[in-house]
Write a protein that binds this ligand. Structure first.
Ligand code: PMV
Length: 341
């Protein structure tokens, strides 16, 4: 059967990837929690009977959607460059997300990892897969979108060469196995502060690091933070985790605010949510913290034991900062699932 179906989740970075070098390589290493409920399900169908057909067609929730074709074409052209035997094949993608496109949640990590996993199945069926399955899936996902390469593993994954993580590489992500059980209980409640497209894409944002006056310091700090987070995650040091994760989120946005041209992705609701989380933590001594990706939405991260505090904070205060009162409940997850037999 010339088809494969995978479900693959999004992820949220703790130490952030911001800035590229070479072809889709990270300027600094990064580490993330793999999510669970925010995922993309993709079916890839391949066929070499009609080379005159368009290279790729994309169906989103059953409806043909040409808007996604250019990105998919770029990906498949690269795949064909790597595997010239695929040159006569044409590809159909059927895909849907559990989270709406308009929610402002980046879908590239889940969609590109799901696509890469389907491609690995295809290559395996054709006897063209020469590298360990998930490693190659991560490599291919990276070609589609950098952060997507971390989504092929469950729980915690890191990407980028770093001395504290043996076997790490700029080419693909690896799973992080030495993780204290407390982190396996982590929840991520995503506050939808702003729906819709963000004003500056992450591709543009990465590019602005090229001549950024703080780039070198940023890369040094990110490398140091990778050492720190490895220790924090092995020991289960939740207060230090909170400190580091929030500092990373703030630095990511500080880099945006000091780029040339500068830009601001936070909205007033983002700032209000940050203050509310910090004030509540100072008062109740819980371990709820926040992180941000390249957008206005706030990821509220906390261990399961702080769920009651989190729900109270959400219902009393934070929901008021969310557009149409919307938020998504998620948690650290087991990683992608193959849905075909
Ligand atoms: O994978 P991209 O190009 O969408 O970049 C993702 C950048 C951040 O989400 C801000 C950080 C990260 O490491 O995921």
């Amino acid at each position: 059967m010339n088809q494969s179906t995978w479900q693959s989740p999004s992820n949220i970075a703790l130490v952030k990837y911001w800035g590229k070098k070479g072809f889709q390589l990270p300027a600094n290493p990064s580490i993330s929690f793999t999510l669970d409920n925010c995922f993309t399900e993709t079916t890839l169908i391949w066929d070499d009977s009609d080379p005159d057909k368009n290279l790729v067609s994309v169906y989103v929730e059953g409806i043909e959607n040409p808007a996604f074709v250019p990105k998919a074409e770029k990906f498949f052209n690269k795949l064909i460059e790597l595997h010239p035997l695929l040159k006569d094949f044409r590809f159909e993608l059927q895909t849907y997300n559990t989270f709406p496109h308009s929610s402002g949640i980046a879908s590239s990590a889940s969609s590109m990892s799901a696509l890469a996993l389907c491609c690995c199945d295809m290559l395996m069926q054709m006897d063209l897969l020469e590298i360990e399955f998930y490693r190659y899936a991560s490599f291919l996902a990276r070609i589609g979108s950098g952060s997507a390469c971390r989504s092929v593993y469950g729980d915690v994954a890191m990407w980028g060469e770093h001395e504290a993580f043996p076997g790490s590489s700029d080419d693909f992500a690896i799973p992080v196995n030495e993780v204290h059980p407390v982190f396996k209980t982590y929840r991520d409640t995503i506050l939808i502060i702003h729906e819709g497209q963000k004003s500056v894409s992450s591709t543009v944002g990465h590019g602005l690091l090229k001549n950024h006056p703080f780039a070198q310091s940023r890369f040094e700090i990110a490398n140091r933070n990778m050492h720190r987070i490895r220790k924090i995650m092995t020991r289960g040091d939740v207060p230090l985790f909170t400190e580091l994760v929030e500092a990373e989120a703030m630095m990511l946005h500080a880099l945006m605010m000091t780029s040339d041209p500068n830009f601001l992705l936070m909205k007033s609701g983002t700032v209000a949510a940050i203050h509310a989380i910090r004030e509540s933590r100072a008062e109740h001594k819980h371990n709820i913290c926040f992180t941000l990706d390249a957008g206005a939405n706030v990821h509220m991260l906390y261990p399961e034991e702080d769920s009651v505090f989190a729900d109270e904070l959400l219902n009393h205060t934070l929901v008021g900062f969310c557009e149409k009162g919307r938020y998504i409940r998620d948690n650290i997850g087991r990683g992608p699932i193959r849905l075909n037999a």
